[in-house]
Design a protein around this ligand. Structure first.
Ligand code: ZN
Length: 249
């Protein structure tokens, strides 16, 4: 039950309360958590249909529909991203239980897209491109992003097995992954099931897609480890071994 609860809370879209950028959103150029809206680079409006509805007797603050767009600047590298999305009004109680209303915004598009996870640098370029296209779709279209991750699996699997008939199903190919990669076989099967739901029912909820991103990241880290770091650590270890202790004394 606990596992189900934790799984259902997985997410990658975080709301903006007023104009504050959650720390989970990282600059796609330098990976720092220093994005902010410069003054005059944020605008919001209520949809006309939403404003018209205020006249109705059964109107409540929960019926408000907002849209927003803005330019985010990174404090660390000064690079820019465009963002746009939707919003609503939430009733918030502060620590002293004072009630106030806040405009809350949900991004549906970033350009350049933000990275939902950091793609290992040794990942082949064609695979990086497919995963980045999944990132770019993920904010506004979960099933489309799920389909891109399924396409990434096809590329990865062709590096793990001898590819036979082009008609062989993804499921069969996954079953042929050697036992040396049995954990990847289990993870890929799960992503395949989620990708099937995205393809056939056009239904994929945020926690499923968030899991598929986490699972894809783990596969990439296993298959394309950071060899530069490994080489660096190995080189230092060899120097320590040669001097039978610290080599800077
Ligand atoms: Zn930056």
């Amino acid at each position: 039950m606990l596992a189900k609860n934790n799984y259902s809370k997985k997410r990658f879209i975080f709301n903006l309360y007023e104009k504050k950028i959650p720390k989970e959103y990282k600059c796609s150029f330098c990976n720092s958590t220093s994005l902010y809206f410069e003054n005059n680079f944020f605008c919001e409006s209520e949809l006309k249909s939403s404003a018209d509805y205020h006249q109705c007797d059964d109107w409540s603050i929960n019926d408000v529909s907002l849209i927003f767009s803005g330019i985010l600047t990174c404090k660390a590298c000064n690079e820019k991203h465009a963002v746009s999305g939707i919003g609503h009004v939430e009733e918030i109680y502060d620590e002293e239980y004072d009630r106030y209303f806040a405009n809350v915004f949900i991004p549906q598009y970033f350009h350049p897209t933000l990275n939902i996870f950091e793609i290992p640098s040794n990942t082949p370029d064609n695979l990086k491109e497919i995963i980045k296209s999944a990132f770019s779709l993920a904010w506004g279209d979960f099933p489309a992003a799920g389909n891109r991750l399924r396409a990434a699996l096809e590329v990865i699997i062709n590096t793990l097995i001898n590819v036979g008939s082009p008609k062989e199903t993804l499921g069969n190919k996954i079953n042929r992954i050697p036992n040396a990669h049995s954990d990847i076989r289990i993870i890929m099967t799960a992503i395949k099931w989620l990708g099937n739901e995205a393809s056939h029912d056009a239904e994929l909820i945020e926690c499923d897609l968030a899991f598929a991103f986490e699972a894809t990241e783990l596969i990439l880290k296993k298959l394309y480890p950071d060899t530069d770091k490994t080489k660096h650590i190995l080189s230092l270890a060899e120097q320590i071994n040669n001097s039978k202790g610290s080599f800077i004394k």
